[in-house]
Ligand binder design. Structure first.
Ligand code: HEC
Ligand code: HEC
Ligand code: HEC
Ligand code: HEC
Ligand code: HEC
Length: 498
């Protein structure tokens, strides 16, 4: 069974590791400024609490982190690679043990075929420890953290949104940075408490007619026969995947078309796992107001698997044409949680997890970005990582500064001024004048006429502006800068020498 977890980890990790690194100077905590950004892969992890009859999901939570060396006016920020020797630790202050809060360890050998040390999770991580990372990754991770929703101080009060404490250290143990991230966990799998099933034993008895299903062999891991991509189990040939069986079976009668349908099993009326900015917008009259807007009905979740959807691995996407479109899309063929965007950062490092997209209705989700930039919501303050606000397009082309005039003068013509420095090695400033308001585009082309990057693509008012072109990322040589204002162009040569 250990193999199956390895499979799960490999399945998720391999697509993420195709990252190349630039050489990085060794960490010098005396002079360098670092930040660490951490997140959970899913907006919520569910787990059973009592494993004596059956197991749908074990305690299994994940954290990931980027360690970033801050940039300044002459260096881009750097996501620190494995070779830097930097390591990251995690802990959940106030939640130091799980044995006794759940009976998982009594049954882990029977259910998963592994003998686990107390409080150790199925992937070899405990409630506190050091994250892993590798030469091929630009992030650190801990998988299968066996947290329960019960802090030490209140072992009977469910607390689904607890905070981790994440710390980054140099190879010699000097602390560089720390942060807090949510490690969401809920036991609200409500087969019985919803009033639908009289007991877990009744569920097992109803299933007994299936060949090979043996109550005497309880506790029963549903994913033994039903394949489950959440656990990496292959299941039995011919038995429907778990998600298909559960949603098809219940979809015929749990079909009011409201969020309450999903909260019968997903957590839930108390946990309210979908709590993100789209939920708030929906509650205020926006177009997305229930799970079904993105996932379809309960029956649809099951039926789409029957017709070929791979459960857990093919889900809705932000980049769908009917949603946010291609400028805000995941990487091709990848989920949101697997995708990286601006600067090689995971989407979640600025936006948080699926169903918890910032700003969130849960204050815990907002803690990290309030600490980083002073307010809740998407990490959009460039200086947090860059040390200043670049006058060039950032994430999705967004830039808070690049289209602000540098002064109040109204120039007499549209033109590019001499860029400085020229030749440029790291970055060159490109001042330009716009005499009447209009659609302004500034492109950098190589000598073959191929567009290398677009620096500005906006409607601008008349004024004097400045754009930045990051030349450290392009090969040395001569480039052409084109200014196009409502079809009228100006052009200038830019020399890059590293
Ligand atoms: C021994 C193998 C085995 C185990 C363990 C198992 N199932 Fe099944 N399950 C099956 C088979 C086989 C079917 C029948 C599929 C079919 O109808 O084609 C099935 C069908 C189902 C269905 C659909 C029933 C219907 O009437 O359409 C549900 C729901 C279901 N299982 C849930 C569970 C749950 C929950 C667990 C864990 C408590 C579980 N199963 C454990 C083998 C298993
Ligand atoms: C009868 C209980 C039940 C109901 C009702 C239910 N779910 Fe689920 N759902 C589950 C269980 C159990 C799993 C976990 C299956 C596994 O471990 O693979 C799951 C997994 C999922 C998954 C991930 C697997 C996949 O198919 O991609 C999605 C997405 C999902 N549910 C969406 C929904 C939505 C949306 C609703 C409401 C429209 C809903 N579910 C209603 C029990 C339910
Ligand atoms: C705004 C669209 C949207 C809404 C609304 C939404 N989801 Fe999702 N859901 C997604 C996306 C996108 C993913 C894939 C995220 C990923 O893993 O990268 C997803 C994935 C899932 C998964 C698989 C686990 C995971 O996080 O990947 C489950 C289970 C799920 N959703 C359940 C629900 C339930 C239950 C609701 C309502 C309470 C809901 N979703 C509402 C977009 C949505
Ligand atoms: C460095 C931080 C950062 C990263 C990484 C990042 N984004 Fe964004 N994202 C932003 C900012 C800032 C905005 C607001 C932009 C604006 O207002 O134009 C935004 C806006 C969005 C929006 C909302 C667009 C709308 O219509 O309002 C979506 C959807 C989105 N991002 C998806 C993604 C996806 C998918 C990824 C990963 C492939 C990603 N983002 C990576 C910072 C980031
Ligand atoms: C969470 C950290 C972070 C935030 C916030 C951030 N950046 Fe970046 N940015 C990076 C990293 C990392 C790189 C990649 C450096 C490299 O390639 O070595 C980068 C690269 C860039 C580049 C170089 C060209 C490119 O696209 O790779 C520009 C321009 C840039 N960022 C602008 C912005 C602007 C504007 C903002 C604010 C709206 C912003 N960034 C916010 C981390 C960040």
């Amino acid at each position: 069974m250990k193999k199956l977890f390895a499979l799960l980890i490999i399945g998720i990790v391999i697509p993420l590791i195709l990252v190349s690194f630039r050489p990085v100077k060794p960490a010098n905590p005396e002079t360098d400024q670092y930040l660490v950004i951490a997140w959970n892969d899913l907006g919520m992890h569910c787990a059973n609490l009592d494993f004596s009859n059956m197991c749908i999901l074990p305690p299994y939570n994940n954290q990931k982190a980027h360690v970033i060396l801050k940039g300044d006016a002459s260096n881009l920020p750097t996501i620190m690679p494995h070779s830097s020797g930097i390591y990251v630790t995690y802990e959940i202050p106030g939640n130091t043990y799980s044995v006794g809060k759940t009976n998982f360890w009594t049954y882990s050998l029977h259910l998963f075929g592994v003998t686990l040390a107390p409080n150790m999770g199925l992937a070899g991580f405990g409630l506190t420890g050091t994250m892993l990372n590798a030469d091929t990754m630009n992030y650190h991770y801990a998988t299968g953290i066996p947290i329960t929703a019960f802090p030490d101080a209140t072992p009977t009060t469910s607390t689904p949104y607890q905070l981790t404490l994440i710390k980054a250290y140099t190879s010699t143990g000097t602390q560089l940075a720390s942060t807090q991230s949510v490690i969401p966990i809920s036991h609200e799998i409500s087969c019985v408490s919803s009033g639908c099933h009289s007991s877990e034993m009744a569920i097992l008895q109803a299933h007994e007619s299936v060949t090979g299903f043996n109550i005497a062999n309880k506790p029963i891991l549903c994913a033994t026969c039903h394949s489950d991509n959440a656990l990496g189990t292959p299941g039995h040939a011919g038995t429907p995947p778990f998600s298909q069986a559960i949603h098809q079976k219940h979809g015929s009668f749990i079909n009011t078309g409201t969020i309450a349908d999903c909260y019968k099993c997903h957590p839930g009326p108390n946990t309210q796992c979908w709590r993100d900015t789209m939920h708030s917008a929906g509650a205020a009259g926006g177009t997305v107001s229930k799970c079904q807007n993105c996932h379809g009905s309960v029956a649809n979740v099951g039926n789409t698997i029957a017709s070929g959807r791979n459960p857990w691995l093919q889900e809705p996407s932000c980049g769908a044409v009917s949603c946010h479109g291609s400028n805000y899309a995941e990487e091709p063929g990848k989920l949101f949680r697997q995708s990286k965007g601006h600067g090689g950062l995971f989407c979640s490092s600025c936006h948080s997890s699926p169903h918890a997209i910032l700003p969130s209705e849960r204050p815990e989700d907002n803690v990290q970005n309030i600490a980083l930039q002073g307010f809740a919501g998407t990490l959009k303050t460039c200086s947090v990582c860059h040390g200043y606000t670049p006058a060039a397009p950032g994430p999705h082309g967004y830039n808070p500064l690049g289209i602000k005039p540098v002064n109040g003068n109204i120039p007499s013509d549209n033109k590019l001024l001499v860029n400085y420095p020229n030749p440029a090695s790291f970055m060159t400033n490109i001042p330009y004048h716009i005499s009447t308001s209009g659609k302004v585009k500034i492109d950098i082309l190589d000598m073959n006429g191929k567009t290398i990057t677009t620096l500005v693509n906006n409607i601008l008012q008349a004024g004097e502006y400045k754009a930045e072109f990051y030349t450290s990322r392009v090969a040395p040589g001569t480039y052409l800068c084109y200014l196009n204002v409502d079809g009228i162009t100006d052009v200038r040569k830019i020399i890059v020498s590293h």
